[in-house]
Write a protein that binds this ligand. Structure first.
Ligand SMILES: Cc1cc2nc3c(=O)[nH]c(=O)nc-3n(C[C@H](O)[C@H](O)[C@H](O)COP(=O)(O)OP(=O)(O)OC[C@H]3O[C@@H](n4cnc5c(N)ncnc54)[C@H](O)[C@@H]3O)c2cc1C
Length: 333
């Protein structure tokens, strides 16, 4: 399996021994000044609320810590997995090997009609900052429960807009050589729910440190009205009260949406363990609180199989099956 692309296992790194966890954790604390925890359960850091432990887990509260952790990991050849708000992830019950870095660098700056946000800024906060600054263009970000870094990675979008439409540039630490470069949307390879970062393959991931968005001045009342509309739409169309990871499958290039196909196949309400296809939005799998990652993945595989049988359309996962999924085939979801 290759890492990184939506639906394909990412972070399937080798596991650290107990001795390595202790030694490397101590070294990170000493050299980078960041505390790590061992065997940290990851479910609570994801919106799906599933996932086993990270060998080592660290929170980067600012860009200094983020860059320090990335540099340290590179010099030690320590596998790294980047975690934003975990809103696009199904982390395996076995967890993730190596070091998981939760990106919480949350600085922002408004200059004229440009907002620059560090990678850990929540997209909903970006939408609010823009509204408060009388700037329009990122209202859609209210619908995305992830971070700026995760949104650039996915070219996240909603309500007819996406990151590509408003992003001026983003700064990325290359997984290949560790250098940090400012890239424009073309350099980032942004396309429908896709970016070059998704296709890094094995090894260190490309790491977004910050992104700048060029917006347009607008009437604050009009921006507020648009935000209200988006809020209302989400409440009536998405099962927001239950853990999920948003849309499970990408929409096919043509024809009915993934949700429509799943609905027409009569799969709403279908259940595996604690995971079920949402009654409200067929392309969401929700967790009743007792579901495991394996339940979610088995259900996704079942949905994929039934839609292929009924309509001859092979759905591709939008969510990332992250961590140690050894023993599972890509066709399993
Ligand atoms: C209820 C719900 C509704 C949603 N609606 C939408 C929607 O309308 N449109 C949409 O596009 N998405 C939607 N999503 C999916 C999700 O919110 C987005 O994909 C979001 O961009 C993920 O950001 P995150 O910070 O949570 O990333 P995570 O889930 O934490 O990570 C996703 C991937 O991004 C990588 N990553 C995270 N941070 C960085 C970084 N700084 N640099 C490089 N890589 C990084 C991770 O390693 C991982 O591979 C929804 C999810 C939920 C739960």
């Amino acid at each position: 399996m290759t890492g990184g692309h939506g639906g394909v296992a990412a972070g399937a790194a080798r596991r650290l021994t107990e001795e390595e966890k202790l030694r490397i954790g101590t070294e990170i604390q000493r050299r980078v000044g960041v505390k790590t925890s061992r065997d940290e359960p990851l479910a609570r850091f994801t919106t799906m609320r599933v996932g086993g432990p990270a060998d080592l887990f660290a929170v980067a509260h600012n860009l200094f810590e983020l860059r320090g952790l990335a540099r340290f990991a590179r010099t030690r050849d320590l596998p790294v997995f980047l975690l934003g708000r975990g809103s696009d992830l199904v982390i395996s019950d076995r967890g993730i090997g190596g070091l998981v870095i939760q990106v919480r660098a949350e600085g922002t700056r408004v200059a004229g009609s440009r907002i620059t946000a560090e990678a850990g800024v929540q997209m909903a906060r970006l939408a609010t900052i823009a509204k408060d600054s009388g700037l329009s263009g990122v209202e859609f970000a209210l619908a995305i429960p992830g971070t700026v870094g995760g949104a650039v990675w996915a070219n996240a979008g909603a309500h007819g807009s996406d990151v590509r439409g408003v992003l001026a540039e983003a700064s990325v630490i290359s997984g290949a050589d560790g250098t940090e470069t400012v890239l424009d949307p073309a350099g980032l390879g942004l396309a429908y729910r896709d970016s070059r970062l998704k296709h890094r393959g094995e090894g260190f991931p490309d790491l977004v440190t910050w992104a700048a968005f060029d917006l347009v001045p607008a009437d604050p009342a009009a921006i507020s009205a648009r935000l209200d509309e988006i809020r209302r739409w989400r409440r009536t169309h998405q099962p927001l009260g239950l853990p999920s990871a948003g849309s499970v499958f990408r929409n096919p290039d043509q024809g009915p949406s993934a949700g429509e196909l799943i609905d027409r196949a009569g799969l709403k309400g279908r259940r595996v363990g604690g995971a079920s296809v949402s009654q409200m939005h067929a392309n969401f799998i929700v967790n009743d609180g007792h579901g495991t990652a394996a339940d979610v993945r088995r259900l996704a595989a079942l949905v994929r199989h039934e839609v292929a049988e009924r309509f001859g359309v092979v759905l591709r996962p939008e969510v990332v099956f992250a961590g140690d999924w050894s023993g599972w085939e890509e066709g399993d979801a």
